[in-house]
Design a protein around this ligand. Structure first.
Ligand code: IVH
Length: 686
């Protein structure tokens, strides 16, 4: 793959994964199978490894999950709740072990222990104990902030209200997985159907639905269980190894997984994985892989984390499940950016206990690559939850080839694919060319605007937006904020589905969102490449909206200070900046934003601070480091807010030089850069 192709694929993968994260984490309504999701993620990770300059700041590999849904209170995790990287093959496992050893600069003869245990397919929860008493509990949420589900967790028999035994730290936050076992799931679903309610798709969805009940008595009636496997904030260390820590958790009254074992080689780990995979059907609960963790906790601390996942653990996933079915039809769905996405409608088929009836075909190229037609019998793949993938045609039908529409199925405007300015190549995604004049794009843009990650307006979903849009009452974001003032003519309380109370409630929730952080306003505009992360970077750069607004007119001039200033933001790419400039080049867009901001009270951006003396400093390591591997030294520096560079320049603050330092040392000396030894560096950051 060329760098250009990779770039498009990376953007596409990121978008797909984020959309799926939002559905998975916020709506408990996944559309991709776990395996398909993993496949996308794996492809993205591989591409990012091959083309590191393509790692986007808002890449899903750089963050976990999505913002919490909002109906529960929020709990900020004092220790972030991270995710795990995945391994799919023996080779991946061997690589993981080798990476760990290299990072720790271990010698061939130094042993390292790894634990292996089932990866439970449930929902993670964090539960805090103070002086042995249950205090509160939360979901993972986006990893930084979760939902307060204290009352619900308190109803679980496997969550003790008082720890047993002795020796627990005063503050002890245990983490693990909430799940429903197979036998309980069957009983619960039978009762659910008998009472006229829809059956849950699988135990994971049932557990999610049960755990996030507003009324804890409903949760209490559901057969939820909790397996403990890790911890968050603790006031004192309580074990030296993962094995011992889990043993102690069992002594204190938690269920821990009996399949956990310690190994010393990748071969042993994989053998255990196969053993667990073979035992899978008989375990009585869903698992979707095996988790390996470095056993020694001191080594875990040294290994630390890389953005969303620890370096000391990995999830070895089970292979996806496959099945053969027929494509009954191919529909085209339209997204916010006008992208036309083909979706295969399948003859429903059960794959691993879940009925599957849709699969994404991604784009016209994918249809051509697979050679799929309506009527074909195809092999599909899923594991876990969400939209399955079509792998190949098994028996082609004799029908005609699928013709990808050349017109937007919604507004009939011509469809085109973007041409990359640099390479002249065509993008695989075809888009409706009608912009916001296409009703589907306009509505999707507004749906994005009110969605949880953006303006988060309660009670405003796709249905409501469509209704207001069709009546011509909301055409652009500012219109949302003038609804209340226009209600004399709108009379929302008389609409079907709205009473006086719900109308007032909607207007109130709109009003509460007038006071809004800067980055959300920017993100709300749906400018291509200006996602959540770039919006935050820009907001942090300008701090106030007014300062940003003042430079907007200069964006059209790429040599202006304003433009150069934006380009200098660490992590901001040309693509985002070009797209921002293009957006504001339109007089209409400029006016739409001005109208919107008139209705708002935009908060200043919060700029993160670190109190380490090396925060914000540029550091270069050279020569042989004797105490740490280069990777470990770099990771430590970055975690303290320093920037690690590979080359010395006048901007370099410190050069940490070990034995054998050569040209970099000379250059630093000639530039008057402060040079220090590894010991001096350690003293500085201690
Ligand atoms: S350890 C720092 N162990 O899998 C991360 N996670 O895909 C520590 N999970 O967020 C997690 N079984 O919700 C760990 N035995 C196990 C697990 C497990 C299931 C979940 C957990 C995690 C997710 C990552």
């Amino acid at each position: 793959m060329t760098a250009e192709q990779a770039k498009k694929r990376v953007v596409w993968l990121g978008r797909e994964i984020r959309a799926s994260d939002a559905l998975y984490y916020q709506d408990d309504n996944p559309v991709l199978t776990d395996a398909q999701y993993d496949e996308l993620r794996r492809e993205l990770i591989a591409l990012e490894a091959e083309f590191p300059h393509l790692i986007l700041k808002d890449s899903p590999t750089q963050s976990v999950g999505a913002k919490p849904a909002g109906k529960f209170g929020k709990i900020k995790h004092t220790v972030p709740m991270l995710s795990l990287d995945n391994a799919f093959s023996e080779e991946d496992v061997a690589d993981f072990c080798a990476r760990v050893r290299k990072f720790l600069s271990l010698k061939k003869v130094d042993p390292v222990g790894f634990t292996a245990e089932p990866k439970i397919d449930g929902l993670s929860a964090a539960i805090r104990y103070e002086h042995g008493k249950f205090v509160k509990g939360s979901t993972r949420g986006d990893g930084q902030t979760g939902e307060d589900i204290t009352a619900n967790l308190a109803t679980l028999d496997t969550v003790p209200m008082q720890l047993s035994g002795a020796g627990w730290p005063d503050v002890f936050e245990i983490r693990g997985e909430v799940y429903i076992d197979h036998a309980d799931f069957d009983t619960m679903n039978a009762a659910q159907v008998a009472s006229g309610k829809a059956a849950y798709k699988n135990p994971r969805n049932a557990a999610a639905g049960s755990l996030r009940q507003i009324d804890p008595s409903v949760t209490a009636s559901r057969p939820l269980k909790f397996f403990a496997y890790t911890w968050g904030e603790v006031s004192a260390p309580f074990a030296e190894t993962q094995m011992k820590a889990v043993e102690r958790m069992a002594e204190w009254g938690f269920d821990v997984n009996p399949q956990m074992k310690r190994h010393e080689t990748a071969q042993e780990m994989v053998a255990h994985y196969i053993e667990i995979m073979n035992a899978r059907a008989g375990l009585g609960y869903d698992i979707d892989g095996v988790v390996y963790k470095v056993d020694e906790l001191a080594l875990q601390t040294r290994l630390g984390f890389v953005s969303r996942a620890p370096r000391w653990a990995i999830a070895h996933k089970f292979p996806a499940e496959k099945a053969i079915t027929t494509i009954e039809d191919i529909d085209i769905q339209l997204g916010r950016t006008g992208a036309l996405t083909p979706v295969a409608r399948l003859t429903p088929i059960t794959v691993g206990g879940v009925v599957v009836s849709n699969a994404t075909l991604h784009n016209a190229d994918e249809i051509a690559r697979l050679g799929v037609k309506i009527g074909d019998s195809v092999e599909i793949q899923r594991a876990g939850d969400v939209i399955p993938q079509v792998l190949r045609v098994v028996t082609p039908s004799d029908g005609p080839a699928f013709e990808f529409p050349t017109e937007c199925p919604v507004c009939a405007a011509p469809v085109s694919s973007e041409i990359d300015e640099k390479t002249g190549k065509q993008d695989v995604v075809r888009r409706c060319t009608n912009g916001l004049s296409c009703p589907a794009q306009a509505v999707q843009g507004l749906v994005h605007f009110v969605s949880r990650q953006v303006f988060d307006i309660d009670g405003f979903g796709e249905r409501q937006i469509e209704a207001f849009y069709e009546k011509g009452l909301i055409k652009e974001p500012a219109d949302i904020f003038t609804l209340r003032a226009r209600n004399d003519e709108i009379k929302l309380e008389t609409w079907e589905g709205f009473g006086k109370t719900s109308a007032t409630k909607l207007f109130d929730s709109i009003d509460t969102r007038r006071n809004i952080p800067f980055d959300r306003v920017l993100f709300s505009l749906g400018i291509r490449h200006v996602g959540k992360t770039n919006s935050r970077l820009i907001a942090q750069h300008f701090v106030s909206w007014d300062k940003f607004w003042a430079v907007v007119p200069h964006l059209q001039n790429p040599v202006s200070d304003a433009y150069m200033g934006l380009l200098g933001i660490d992590g901001m790419g040309q693509a985002a900046l070009g797209s921002l400039a293009q957006f504001f080049a339109s007089e209409t867009n400029h006016q739409i934003v001005a109208d919107l901001v008139d209705e708002l009270d935009v908060q200043h951006a919060e700029v993160p601070t670190s109190d380490s003396p090396v925060a914000g400093k540029i550091v270069v390591f050279t020569g042989k480091l004797e105490l740490f591997s280069r990777d470990e030294a770099k990771a430590r520096a970055q975690s303290l807010g320093a920037k690690v560079s590979g080359s010395v320049s006048a901007k370099t603050d410190y050069l940490v030089a070990g034995p054998g330092a050569g040209s970099k040392l000379k250059k630093a000396e000639s530039l008057g850069v402060k040079v220090m030894t590894e010991d001096e560096w350690l003293a500085l950051i201690a």
